[in-house]
Design a protein around this ligand. Structure first.
Ligand SMILES: [Zn+2]
Ligand SMILES: [Zn+2]
Length: 143
C-alpha cells in the first residue's frame, strides 16, 4: 500500500508499506480521509505534538474510513462499518488516567503521532478508540 512517511526532519516520502497487521483488540481501517492538522505541521518541523513523533512514522491523526478487518476480541465495530478514530490512546494505569484526567496521561500513545496513522491506505487502532458513524454523516471532514 502507499504510505506517506515522515522519514526525517521536514522529509515526507511516499513509500510502499505492507498493509499493517492487527492485534486481537485492534481494527484495520481502510482510510477514506485524513485531515492535515496544525499538529502535523509541528511534527513535520521536528516539534512535539501531543507526544513526540519519531521517524520513520506515518502521520495523520484525524481520520475516517471503513473497517477492513477486526481482531478476534473486537465487539464494538465490524467489517464494513464507517468509522472515525479518536487518536488518543490513554494508558488507563497512570495517576491521571485513574482520576479521570486522561488528557494528562503520562504514557499517551497516539494514532498518527507515536504509531502509524492515516496518511496511508490502511491504518490500525485499538477498537476502544474506533467509533461507528451514522449513515447520514459523511466520512469527509468539513472544510
Ligand atoms: Zn489534530
Ligand atoms: Zn495514563
Amino acid at each position: 500500500m502507499d504510505a506517506l512517511v515522515l522519514t526525517g526532519l521536514k522529509q515526507l516520502e511516499v513509500k510502499d508499506y505492507d498493509k499493517p497487521a492487527i492485534k486481537p483488540d485492534e481494527v484495520l481501517v481502510h482510510t477514506a480521509f485524513a485531515g492535515i492538522c496544525g499538529t502535523d505541521k509541528a511534527l513535520y518541523a521536528g516539534l512535539p505534538g501531543s507526544a513526540s513523533a519519531v521517524p520513520p512514522i506515518v502521520l495523520g491523526h484525524e481520520n475516517s474510513g471503513v473497517v477492513a478487518e477486526v481482531g478476534e476480541n473486537v465487539t464494538n465495530v465490524k467489517v464494513g462499518d464507517r468509522v472515525t478514530v479518536d487518536p488518543n490512546i490513554y494508558c488507563g494505569q497512570c495517576k491521571y488516567c485513574r482520576t479521570q484526567r486522561q488528557e494528562l496521561c503520562e504514557h499517551l500513545d497516539a494514532v498518527g503521532v507515536t504509531r502509524d496513522g492515516g496518511f496511508a491506505e490502511y491504518f490500525t487502532a485499538p477498537a476502544k478508540v474506533v467509533y461507528p458513524i451514522p449513515d447520514n454523516v459523511s466520512l469527509k471532514p468539513r472544510p
